[in-house]
Design a protein around this ligand. Structure first.
Ligand code: HEC
Ligand code: CU
Length: 319
């Protein structure tokens, strides 16, 4: 039993390490939640010690009668006034944090739509919306406002190292701001059970220098460069991939699956779960449901040899 407890604790602690660690805040909003957590923990430790101390004292001390008024005063101050003050104080503090992290301002606005089981990401720029998927890039030190919604079931948007989580609700828009303070590739995930591939619904939140971010967004806004008569693109069209996927600058405009215009510029494939390599890409197309169960993309086991190779190199060229 004790071994089991120790294992469970170790597993829990291991889950808190690395790029999903909310106790190593890399952003302003995560920092405010972390501070609140440590203050509550320290306060709870003090109150717990006082209560246990009082109980021990009561147990050990010689029983003697107290005056009625004194006893009542002790109960009113210690049992009513103090807890009410502590809880109200924490409530106000928590509400202030909530108001700050959901308030409708930010240098940059990004709309994220939770789909089963991936993320549609739209950057609102003065030149118009820029659509991408499954990866979010943020400029260091700037406040970015996320407008969140969902397609058909509830999801929850969470980048532990950068900020608190926020539900994504169909038919409603919720907001969340993130102000990253450290460069890096921070992990994001869906924190609300949403069905079969819920645990595989992840993304990268990449924090970049502001200059590099602007260049990335400009590149992301451009249409894809598809060479005239590209063999891989021909296969893409023949197989009907364009019915579900969009590649801006081509006839493929399908809105069902992730936008593939700059697919190969993403670090990961399949909503944050596989490295973006040609091998994984080929398996994604032929063994789709072994790679990610339950997804709404059909597998193409019949696609092999030269046609598969051409399709994979075409997709890997979509930088
Ligand atoms: C019926 C619609 C549909 C068709 C047809 C379809 N896909 Fe998909 N595809 C999806 C959906 C939905 C996802 C997202 C799955 C997930 O991660 O939950 C997806 C994901 C992908 C991804 C991963 C994208 C990313 O951001 O990592 C690639 C690559 C891809 N599809 C390529 C193709 C290719 C190539 C074809 C044609 C051979 C194709 N798809 C046909 C619906 C479709
Ligand atoms: Cu989800």
């Amino acid at each position: 039993m004790r071994a089991l407890g120790a294992t469970a604790t170790l597993t829990l602690l291991a889950g808190c390490s690395g790029r999903h660690n909310w106790l190593a805040a890399a952003g302003e909003e995560a920092q405010s939640v972390e501070t609140l957590f440590w203050v509550v923990l320290a306060g709870a430790a003090v109150i717990w010690s006082l209560v246990i101390g009082a109980a021990t004292y009561a147990h050990r001390a010689e029983a003697k009668p107290h005056r009625e008024r004194e006893a009542r005063r002790f109960i009113i101050w210690g049992g009513v006034v103090l807890p009410v003050l502590v809880v109200c104080g924490l409530l106000v503090w928590g509400l202030l944090i909530l108001r700050h992290i959901t308030s409708d301002d930010g240098a940059l606005t990004v709309r994220v739509d939770g789909e089963r089981w991936w993320w549609r990401v739209i950057y609102d720029t003065p030149e118009g919306p820029v659509t991408t998927a499954n990866e979010i890039r943020l400029p260091l030190g700037e406040r970015t406002l996320f407008k969140l919604t969902a397609d058909d079931v509830i999801h929850s948007f969470w980048v532990p190292a950068l900020g608190g989580k926020m539900d994504m609700i169909p038919g409603r828009e919720t907001t969340l701001a993130l102000t990253p303070r450290k460069l890096g590739n921070w992990g994001g995930l869906c924190a609300e059970f949403c069905g079969g591939a819920h645990a595989l619904m992840r993304f990268d939140a990449v924090v970049m220098e502001p200059g590099a971010f602007v260049r990335w967004l400009e590149q992301e806004a451009r249409p894809a460069q598809v060479a005239e008569g590209d063999r891989g693109f021909a296969v893409f069209e023949e197989e009907g991939c364009g019915a579900c996927h969009a590649i801006r600058g081509t006839e493929a405009q399908g809105p069902v699956g992730p936008d593939l215009t700059h697919l190969a510029s993403r670090d990961k494939l399949g909503a944050g779960i596989y490295a973006m390599t040609p091998d994984n890409m080929a398996r994604w197309i032929t063994d789709t449901h072994e790679m990610k169960p339950d997804i709404d993309m059909p597998a193409y086991p019949g696609l092999q040899g030269e046609r598969l190779d051409a399709l994979v190199s075409f997709l890997m060229s979509l930088e």
